[in-house]
Write a protein that binds this ligand. Structure first.
Ligand code: PMP
Ligand code: GLU
Length: 387
């Protein structure tokens, strides 16, 4: 009954483990979960107020498929203010989360056999969506010796006449690495003279602790024209459940194509979320963003210190996002078994590195209260002592 296409798709391992941890917790187990990729904070009040006002104003009907003009204007203003990028309304489309934006992008651009370069470790969704759309995944492996970043030489070697897209995630999920402006300029030089699209996933842009964030599209005119900028509000203002994301691209035909797809599939995103998202984008929640960023930064510092005190484990200090990608190679070469045993024996949920395309690591989210982080790392220490 099912298509080959759907049969090749794997379930999101991040969601699967988070769900399992929630189920075990509901059964009364003392589970500490560090698997979720979402802030533990509530959505800022100013955003919730905008949504309540939208409901009371009966802003509850169908809207333009690609987002109401006021929301597109808020996206355009944000991209100008924060990223120095100038996009018009017909270069922007709003979707049900950045995940949906990526699905639209890959659906509109990948033909069977097209190659998509994905640096590993990667966020779990990219290779699955690429395969689903008929593309071939070309992984570029990285590890902690290069701060999990690809070099221009690696990129050059991965290019073929079939290369269609390069996916870049900065800051990265699962490693927190950020590409500096200088590194992006070098990547841009490799791409010059090709038609390759850069899918720049900038979801964690607001969660920067060290270094500076640069949008791929802001490097130069050539990069501006080839880059599709993808972002949203899930991580920056704790809006994971509201489902808001967007894509901005120089190429208006691409935006038009994804609008067509959206018009025949999901239509507009929730009208109330659109009003809330304007408040999330226009600066009204900036103080909340800074409060969360500071809190994440201090959790990061403590968690990194605690992990690096454990014999046999090591972790780089991430520059951004809210994940640690912990090296377990001295203790285990099977991260899935490691994560399963850790959950069974110590009731601690983490995501195995193999799910992100990198064996020998696990991902630990520090978007959790500091007491749980301390207790969780203690339990992990006890677990690895016996390995
Ligand atoms: N990109 C990255 C790198 C992510 O970690 C996530 C996490 N969910 C997303 C995109 C998608 O976020 P959302 O669909 O909630 O906007
Ligand atoms: N992106 C988050 C994560 O990496 C949320 C889960 C998901 O969408 O896969 O955990």
């Amino acid at each position: 009954m099912l298509t080959n296409r759907i049969n090749t798709l794997s379930e999101s391992i991040t969601i699967a483990i988070t769900t399992l941890a929630q189920e075990l917790k509901a059964q009364g187990k003392d589970i500490l979960s560090f698997s979720a990729g979402e802030p533990d904070f509530g959505t800022p009040q100013v955003i919730k107020d905008a949504a309540i006002e939208a409901i009371n104003n009966n802003f509850t009907k169908y809207t333009a498929v690609d987002g109401i003009p006021a929301l597109k204007e808020a996206v355009a203003t944000k991209l100008k203010r924060d990223n120095n990028l100038t996009y018009t309304h017909d270069q922007i489309i709003v979707s049900n989360g950045a995940k949906h934006s990526l699905f639209n992008l890959f659906s509109a651009t990948i033909d069977v056999g097209d190659e998509v370069i994905i640096p590993a470790p990667y966020w779990v969704t990219y290779p699955e969506l690429v395969k689903y759309c008929g593309g071939t995944v070309v992984e570029i492996p990285t590890d902690d010796t290069s701060s999990f970043k690809i070099t221009p030489e690696q990129l050059k070697n991965a290019l073929t006449p079939k290369t269609k897209i390069l996916v870049l995630t900065t800051p990265s999920n699962p490693t927190g690495s950020i590409y500096s402006k200088g590194e992006l300029i070098k990547i841009a030089e490799v791409l010059e003279g090709t038609d390759i699209i850069v899918a720049s996933d900038e979801m964690y842009e607001k969660l920067i602790y060290d270094g500076e964030f640069t949008s791929c599209a802001a490097i130069n005119q050539d990069m501006f024209e080839r880059t599709v900028t993808i972002n949203g509000l899930s991580k920056s203002v704790a809006m994971t459940g509201w489902r808001f994301g967007y894509m901005a691209a120089h190429n208006t035909a691409l935006i038009k194509a994804t609008k067509k797809l959206q018009s025949q599939s999901t239509s507009n995103i929730n009208s109330i979320t659109q009003m809330a998202a304007i408040a999330g984008l226009n600066g009204s929640a900036d103080a909340d963003i800074e409060m969360m960023r500071k809190e994440f930064a201090s959790r990061r510092d403590e968690a990194v210190k605690l992990f690096n005190e454990i014999d046999g484990l090591s972790v780089l200090k991430p520059d951004g996002a809210f994940y640690l990608f912990v090296n377990i190679k001295e203790k285990s070469s099977d991260s899935l078994k490691f994560a399963k045993d850790l959950l069974a024996q110590k009731e601690v949920a983490v995501v195995p590195g193999v799910g992100f395309g990198s064996e020998g690591y696990f991902r630990f989210s520090f978007a959790t209260d500091i007491e749980s982080i301390r207790t969780g790392i203690k339990r992990i220490e006890e677990f690895v002592k016996d390995l």
